[in-house]
Design a protein around this ligand. Structure first.
Ligand SMILES: [Zn+2]
Ligand SMILES: [Zn+2]
Length: 332
């Protein structure tokens, strides 16, 4: 009898599903790609055909131009070659999906990136019991425990109120984190206009088009300093200490990322106000998910694999590292 999951093969450039002749999140152009979500380390341009959720295809179109896309909605099952494939919410960013593969009586779930806590910008992670669970491990160490997001947002809004003559410049990734941050602030009663860097404009518009009500956003470009006093300004992390930020009124520099748990990182990036807000599962979410799904094997794609592998082994769950390359470029 063939080894469990022998029809799915990890390569450095992605996961190959042999009986479908298709690749999951390949980092090289392929004939057929199944894409879990729109982050640049998972979704790349140049494939001949892309299976993804309609939201992910829309994000890819904004970033890479029109795709030869085959939209698959959540819950729909399609047949590719000899594999039944369905896309299930991953709770990571708009349109993010776990890809469920069924073949020869075995079920494999490729989770892409995911988190378990609520996110007002996307559908919640749906647990799918399976034989093999393929998981990320971005925050796969017991020291990584993300605090409640509401507390981080309240801290941010309090600081804003206490500094009416300054603005708070928040660094947030353009896809997912920026929109989630906006929605979390709206949810905590902040309805003032929020200023955004031009690099966020298209993706914010895309979220709004997909039914995520971001409220009033204004482009920060060309706005007089005076007008932005007492307001939130959001920009990609790379612009935080850039020339761009000099046009802002005495900004307090903040950054929203799971890595802000590591003080040294915050200091390196000259962040005055670290906000621990992550779109990835923390240690508890990773282990809780594996417990809940009770897979026979866990395969780990990227991140801090060692500790999670060890945790699985001590619970009699077979675990292996896939050593995929090129992940973790743009999101946390
Ligand atoms: Zn991601
Ligand atoms: Zn990723």
């Amino acid at each position: 009898m063939a080894r469990l999951g022998s029809w799915v093969k990890p390569f450095p450039e992605g996961i190959y599903v042999k009986p479908a002749d298709a690749w999951i999140d390949p980092s090289q152009p392929k004939a057929t790609a199944l894409v879990t979500h729109g982050h640049a380390d998972h979704a790349r341009g140049g494939h001949d055909k892309v299976f993804a959720t309609p939201e992910t295809l829309a994000i890819m179109a904004v970033r890479y131009g029109p795709q030869n896309g085959a939209p698959v909605t959540y819950g729909e099952t399609i047949r590719i070659g000899q594999v039944d494939v369905s896309f299930v919410p991953a709770g990571h960013v708009l349109g993010s999906a776990q890809i469920v593969l069924e073949h020869g009586g075995e079920k494999i779930v490729v989770s892409g990136d995911y988190k378990r806590r609520p996110d007002p910008t996307c559908a919640s992670f749906e647990p799918v019991p399976c034989d093999i669970f393929i998981t990320e491990a971005t925050f796969g160490l017991p020291v990584f425990r993300h605090p409640a997001t509401s507390g981080e947002i309240d801290r941010l809004l309090r600081r804003l109120r206490d500094n009416p003559d300054r603005c708070i410049l928040v660094g947030a990734y353009a896809l997912g984190k920026a929109q989630r941050l906006i929605m979390e602030m709206r949810g905590r009663g902040h309805h003032d206009p929020i200023y955004i860097h031009g690099a966020l404009e298209k993706l914010c518009a895309l979220y709004a088009d997909h039914g995520v009500p971001l409220g009033e956003l204004r482009l920060a470009t060309g706005v007089p300093k005076e007008e932005m006093k007492g307001h939130i300004v959001i920009a990609p992390p790379g612009q935080l200490n850039d020339r761009w930020s000099r046009r802002l009124p005495d900004p307090i520099t903040a950054m929203a990322s799971g890595w802000m748990r590591v003080r040294q990182r915050a200091r390196q990036q000259l962040v005055e106000m670290p906000l621990i807000v992550s779109d990835h599962a923390d240690w508890d979410e990773l282990t809780q998910t594996i417990r809940e799904l009770a897979p026979r094997e866990v395969w780990i794609t990227h991140g801090r694999e060692e500790a999670l592998k060890h945790w699985c082994m001590t619970r009699q769950i077979k675990a292996r590292e896939l050593n995929l390359v090129g992940y973790e470029d743009e999101d946390d």
